[in-house]
Design a protein around this ligand. Sequence first.
Ligand code: HEM
Length: 133
Amino acid sequence: MTEREILLVQQSWSRVENHLNELGERFYESLFEMEPQFQNLFKNDSKKQSVKFIHFMTILVSKLHEEAKSDQDLQALAKRHHAYRVEEAYFAKFGVVLMKTLEEFFQTEWTEELRLAWQNAFVQISGRMVQYM
Ligand code: HEM
């Protein structure tokens, strides 16, 4: 990712900060609507799950420029996802839903440049997760 892309992703995430719970819940609603086959992978309450996911995303977004430091947490997260029976191919679908959720949130502020920056961020994060699974 370029410095500018990292900045765009971090700035946009900070604008979401007061709406993180809402974003997380909307994300899981859309995930189960668009990819109903994923629902049976999730055993726990989706509200709690969405808080955990968003919290982890906040950490990853804040560390986009210092990949190595977030590696241990990411490695452990990846291993847990292996145990949840998450497969490599699921990430692309998950990413599409995340992007759609962000697009809905940002509406007219969702520019092509922001979309590309987020796409690259997701590719970077999920690529590393898959590598550790
Ligand atoms: C950017 C990528 C992702 C991040 C940051 C992420 C983050 C998280 C976090 C923080 C948890 C909470 C439990 C834990 O820490 O182990 C979790 C659980 C889980 N995630 Fe992910 N996840 C990602 C991608 C995916 C994908 C692609 C799938 C596949 C559909 C998935 C399926 C699950 C499942 C099944 C659980 C367990 C939920 C439960 O026990 O009910 N995740 N994820």
